[in-house]
Design a protein around this ligand. Structure first.
Ligand code: NAG
Length: 200
């Protein structure tokens, strides 16, 4: 795997894995999302979304917090903040005191797609939509920030960073420009799933 693909796979841990865990069969019934993604195709193969955060930073943060994130994803209750995301937001100076610096972050995202015109308006709109979404979920986010460690060595992170990065990833995937999207049966199914189900 190239570095880019590895990073995407690792990001997926924070941002896309939950569906796969649900597949284990905790929920069932009429909920079309309950069974998890219909195919095990890697989203990055269907839509190579631009990396909004420097790949080296993501890798470092994954090394630090990947293991704990895997554990946390299997826990019930109030969603725990993703430390991989918070670590990345710290490294880029975007996080302080339970908040992301919205203007700086928007600029960083736009810089990341400055050579990719097909992504620009999408990323701009997604940034606004994701901050609005976080606003609506603020009670749950704040509750997540106040959780106590539940296993030896667990670091509690504020959920805002993971919420925004995950939302950006999902939006970019769901609205992947036609010129970039790899049309095939599995990818179409995955996109359909991603547009109606939260992939985490
Ligand atoms: C991010 O920085 C804050 C200080 O602003 C610190 O409290 C927190 O532990 C850091 N998070 C991570 C994941 O390193």
């Amino acid at each position: 795997m190239g570095q880019r693909q590895r990073v995407v796979v690792q990001l997926a841990l924070c941002f896309l894995t939950f569906g796969a865990l649900l597949q284990a069969g905790v929920l069932a019934g009429d909920n079309p999302c309950a069974a998890g993604p219909p195919v095990d195709t890697n989203p990055a193969e269907c839509c190579p979304t631009p990396m909004l955060v420097d790949g080296t930073i993501m890798m470092d943060c994954y090394k630090k917090y990947g293991e704990q994130t895997k554990k946390q994803l299997q826990m019930d209750g109030i969603p725990r903040g993703c430390c991989i995301a918070e670590c990345a937001m710290n490294a880029t100076n975007m996080y302080a005191d339970g908040m992301l610096k919205r203007d700086d972050l928007s600029k960083m995202f736009m810089d990341a797609v400055k050579d990719k015109p097909e992504w620009m308006s999408l990323v701009r709109d997604a940034t606004n939509a994701c901050f609005e979404l976080a606003e609506k979920k603020m009670d749950e986010i704040e509750a997540g920030a106040k959780l106590e460690p539940s296993f030896e060595g667990e670091k509690i992170c504020h959920p805002i960073s993971g919420t925004i990065l995950r939302c950006m990833g999902m939006m970019m995937f769901a609205q992947c420009p036609a010129s970039v999207f790899n049309v095939n049966e599995n990818c179409n199914k995955l996109r359909e799933y991603g547009s109606i189900c939260p992939m985490i």
